[in-house]
Design a protein around this ligand. Structure first.
Ligand SMILES: Cc1cc2nc3c(=O)[nH]c(=O)nc-3n(C[C@H](O)[C@H](O)[C@H](O)COP(=O)(O)OP(=O)(O)OC[C@H]3O[C@@H](n4cnc5c(N)ncnc54)[C@H](O)[C@@H]3O)c2cc1C
Length: 381
């Protein structure tokens, strides 16, 4: 397998490294501290045309593949995971249901403004009683005239506070479990659709995670994605794609922590010499570098398979599982190398650890990733 980036991909990486170093990194701590929507930074990301990176050209996007997407996510997440997440989540999780299951009219209506950077999207699957087991969701869709009345609450929805459109999942018949689920697009401002509780989170503090409330919210048939009862498939296919980008996000955070640790180890002196001279520190750095590189390759492999239309679900789960777990490991070691200073907010490494942890949880926990991988290995039985 050839992992050499094309000239165009190298240019994308280098352009985004420059952009993120200049525009995101200097304000990353402030974004974390304020825990507010980083509107200015998200606008700048959109101005680069990134919101249409993987959207087909006929709908105003660049029509790029998952490898390009991963390159972009890693570079932006390296500088500010929270600011980058608006781009990653909107494009990799909320948009795919429309891109994969939408009619040409639906794509024109929602993909085009997203590609222009005019609209953000969110993905509303999780509920109080339905996290790892989304088939247990209780939001109902009841047929009414030429549309549906949606009722229920979604929880922990990233970009929930700012999104202009939400892909939401509701059941037409709860007794049917996953077979009853249908996907809909709900636009901001639709009567009966509102944003509820904002979560006060450990990391990714600049990313909103909110409740979405649907109360007798009427959506016409034109807002249904795919067929009735097809929603579970819509959600799973979107998640398979987005997990590759969570891998890239986790790699970006780990890369930032690794670089910070190398710089600190070379600068900090104890016992009359730089701590980088101590074998204990060197071994930590060697393990960190190896793990970041392995996670990057696993993520690129999943993206490469995806872009060639080859089976990639197991590899997507492996990439997310491995990259998220090494991200927690690497960010933790980066704090260790910083000693007491690493435990303070004067240095970014404690933020990296708080951010890395989320990648082990959202879009399917590590336990769910192991289940997906194991199922591919030994079947369901
Ligand atoms: C900041 C943030 C942003 C999020 N963004 C979104 C979003 O945009 N859209 C969205 O729909 N959701 C979102 N989520 C929800 C997220 O996907 C869920 O939190 C996640 O899937 C886990 O569900 P849960 O929290 O209900 O945990 P649970 O499912 O209750 O899991 C609790 C623990 O039990 C384990 N567990 C559960 N079932 C099994 C099993 N069968 N075998 C072994 N272990 C098991 C889990 O791995 C975990 O360790 C977000 C969450 C957070 C924290």
């Amino acid at each position: 397998m050839d992992f050499t980036l094309t000239e165009e991909q190298k240019m994308l990486k280098s352009m985004l490294r420059d952009f993120a170093t200049k525009e995101l990194e200097p304000v990353a701590a402030e974004i974390d501290e304020k825990a507010e929507f980083p509107a200015e930074q998200v606008k700048k990301i959109a101005e680069l045309g990134l919101m249409g990176l993987t959207i087909p050209e006929e709908y105003g996007g660049e029509g790029k593949g998952m490898v390009d997407f991963c390159i972009a996510v890693e570079e932006l997440a390296r500088a500010s995971a929270a600011a980058a997440s608006y781009f990653r989540i909107s494009l990799s999780l909320a948009i795919p249901p429309i891109a994969m299951f939408g009619t040409p009219e639906q794509k024109k209506r929602w993909l085009v403004p997203h590609a222009k950077g005019e609209k953000l999207a969110c993905f509303g699957l999780t509920e109080t009683g339905a996290g790892s087991d989304p088939a247990a969701l209780e939001t109902t869709a009841t047929k009414k005239g030429n549309g549906y009345l949606l009722n229920g609450n979604k929880l922990f929805i990233s970009i929930g506070a700012e999104a202009d459109i939400a892909t939401v999942f509701a059941t037409l018949d709860k007794t049917q479990r996953h077979r009853g689920i249908t996907a809909f697009v709900v636009e901001k401002g639709t009567p009966g659709f509102s944003v509820g509780k904002h979560e006060n989170k450990m990391g990714f503090r600049g990313l909103s995670a909110t409740e979405l409330i649907l109360q007798d919210c009427y959506v016409p048939e034109e807002n249904r994605l795919g067929k009735e009862g097809e929603g579970f498939r819509v959600a799973l296919q979107a998640l398979d794609e987005s997990r590759v980008t969570v891998g890239a996000e986790a790699v970006g955070i780990a890369q930032a922590a690794f670089e910070a640790a190398v710089a600190y180890a070379q600068e900090r002196k104890q016992y009359g010499q730089r701590i980088a001279n101590f074998q204990a520190i060197q071994w930590m750095l060697a393990d960190m570098a190896t793990q970041v590189e392995a996670a990057r390759l696993l993520t690129l492999q999943a993206a490469f398979l995806h872009d060639r239309g080859l089976p990639y679900i197991k590899e997507s789960a492996m990439a997310k599982l491995f990259a998220s777990e090494i991200s927690s490991f690497v960010t933790n070691k980066a704090i260790q190398i910083h000693g007491g200073y690493g435990y303070t907010r004067d240095y970014p490494v404690e933020r990296f650890l708080r951010d890395a942890k989320l990648t082990e949880i959202y879009e399917g926990t590590s336990e769910m990733m192991r289940m997906t991988i194991a199922r591919a290995l030994v079947g369901k039985g």
